[in-house]
Design a protein around this ligand. Structure first.
Ligand SMILES: [Zn+2]
Length: 368
């Protein structure tokens, strides 16, 4: 269902007649109801072992190299759907102010960890969705993330050295948790009320920046290692700011105008072993989980669809989507010859798989 991007259990049931299943599974496909019910009874831990098995095979085949000696993973929360009507014991809830008064909205959120290895010159990096953890009612996202890391780090002790995250994660519990496990953290720093922010903001005015570049962007960089103005964290932290200028073409009249963006990151990565330019690149790499993770899962894989509204089923369907994503990308990157891979989009391979299922749907006697 995920590989052929069918999008729902009903769509799968519509092609249950296909002879493809007999040859592929050795039996026919069970009903949509049964698939939903089975997912609510599946052991999520065993699906996680399945993902780990894929990781082990790829690691053994040296398909997941570090980038410049650092293994990188990205952490972020994602909301999968929201509803006023249907809810289950795993739903989170919030009050939404509407014209008809306050209404309770139900939704699900989870925190995902994406491994972002380097890549040999011949192909793109092979990103792996390692695990996710559902957020529970009444807890904040960082608490969910720590429960996820508490499971992932012992299971994958050498998979990554650094965790990238957005501004929400610039908290002492998150940084201390990683420091205690000999991992590094890098998060966006944006809360202007904080001592650390005010400490470095004073330095920006007095210290001349260094010039640098990120892609086509011209940058001014400030790099302040060993800051002790965040005493809640068990080690001094480093703050890097990148003021970036780039030109954008206006869609309306085609003229170009200059835009700037101003980034500040806080990290435990050491100075000068990890140069400023690398910190800036890593800071921007955090977007990989949006661009190559959630966007693709939602738009390409229909992973936000509620296949069965039951907590364990939702957890397991998403883990199956992760498995499908990881195997699909590993197949494209490692099994296809470069000349076959070149020019063919992901959608092409998904359509090819769907075609194989659909073409066997009609019995020969009914064929036009
Ligand atoms: Zn629910």
């Amino acid at each position: 269902m995920f590989w052929a991007r069918l999008g729902s259990l009903n769509a799968l049931e519509l092609v249950a007649q296909s002879r493809f299943w007999k040859s592929w599974l050795g039996q026919s496909v069970c009903s949509a109801d049964t698939i939903g019910r089975v997912h609510s009874l599946l052991d999520a831990g065993q699906l996680r072992q399945g993902i780990h098995h894929i990781y082990d095979c790829l690691k053994r085949n040296k398909a997941l190299p570090d980038t410049h000696g650092i293994g990188v993973a990205i952490l972020d929360g994602h909301e999968s759907h929201a509803s006023y009507r249907r809810h289950c014991p795993g739903c989170l809830q919030r009050t939404i102010k509407t014209e008809q008064g306050d209404r309770i909205q139900y939704y699900h959120r989870q925190v995902t960890l994406l491994l972002v290895p380097g890549a040999p010159p011949s192909r793109k990096p092979l990103r792996l969705l390692l695990d996710h953890e559902p957020q529970r009612d009444g807890e904040d996202e960082v608490t969910t993330a720590l429960r996820l890391l508490d499971r992932v780090i012992p299971a994958y002790p050498r998979a990554f050295d650094l965790v990238l995250a957005d501004g929400l994660y610039a908290t002492a519990p998150f940084f201390n948790f990683l420091l205690a496990r000999r991992k590094h953290a890098l998060a966006v720093l944006k809360d202007e009320r904080r001592n650390l922010f005010q400490d470095v903001a004073g330095l920006f005015i007095h210290m001349p920046p260094q010039r640098g570049s990120y892609g086509s962007r011209e940058c001014l960089w400030w790099d302040f290692p060993e800051r002790t103005s965040w005493p809640q964290v068990a080690a001094p932290v480093r703050v890097v700011r990148s003021l970036e200028t780039y030109s954008v073409r206006r869609q309306l009249d085609g003229t170009r105008s200059l835009q700037t963006s101003d980034w500040i990151w806080v990290t435990t990565l050491p100075f000068p072993q990890v140069p400023t330019a690398r910190i800036v690149a890593l800071g921007h790499q955090r977007w990989d989980i949006e661009n190559h993770g959630f966007n693709e899962l939602v738009n390409g894989w229909h992973a936000d669809h509620v296949f069965k509204h039951e907590p364990n089923a939702m957890e397991c369907f998403l883990l199956i989507a992760f498995l499908a994503y990881n195997i699909f990308h590993a197949f494209i990157a490692l099994n296809l010859k470069p000349q076959i891979r070149r020019g063919a989009t992901q959608a092409f391979w998904a359509s090819l798989m769907a075609a194989e299922i659909y073409k066997e749907v009609l019995p020969t006697s009914m064929s036009p």
